[in-house]
Design a protein around this ligand. Sequence first.
Ligand code: IMP
Ligand code: MG
Length: 177
Amino acid sequence: MSERISVLLSEEEVDKRIKEIGEQISKDYEGKNIHLICVLKGGVFFMCELAKRIEVPVSMDFMAISSYGADTKSSGVIKIVKDLDESITGKDVLVVEDIVDSGRTLSYLLMMLKERKPNSLKLCTLLDKPDRRVIDVNVDYTGFEIPDEFVVGYGLDYAQKYRNLPYIGIVHLNEEA
Ligand code: IMP
Ligand code: MG
C-alpha cells in the first residue's frame, strides 16, 4: 500500500501561527520562567520553533509516551517510554504537543504531571481535532483546529515517516499500487 500527501497547512501558515502563539505566551507569562515539556517525538519540531518565539526565560525537558503503533487509530494503551530528567515541582510548566486527538494521551499525562505539584500546568498544542475527542482535555493554546483527517509533517508521522515535512499534510491511502 502506498500513500499520497496533500497540503493542509503551508509552511508559511504554520510559521505565522507559531509566532502568534509565542507572542501570546510571552505576554501571559511575563515576569516568569517557563518550563517547557516536549512530548516526543511528535512535539519536538513545534517546541523548538515555539521556544524561539518566546521572550521570557525558558527551560526544557522531554518525555515520551506511547499510545500508537504503526496504525492510525489510538489504542488507548499508554506507556511511559522516557520520563522527565528534572523535577517539575514549583515550576510553571507548559506541555507542548503536536496534536490532541482522542485526548487519551494528554489526559493521562496531565494527571500524572499534576501529581508532581508544578506551580502551574498548561497545555499548548499545534493541532487539535475536536471531532475526535473521547476524553475532555483543557487546551490553553491551540495552533489550528483541523478536521478529522490523518495528518503528517512538522513532527507528526505516519508509521515513522514524514516527520520532517515543513508543512502539515493529509495522508491519502491508495489501496492499489
Ligand atoms: P490521543 O491520545 O488520541 O489524543 O492521541 C494523541 C497522539 O496520537 C498524538 O500525540 C500523535 O502522536 C498521535 N496522532 C493523533 N492523530 C494523529 C494524526 O493525524 N497524525 C499523526 N499522529 C496522530
Ligand atoms: Mg504526540
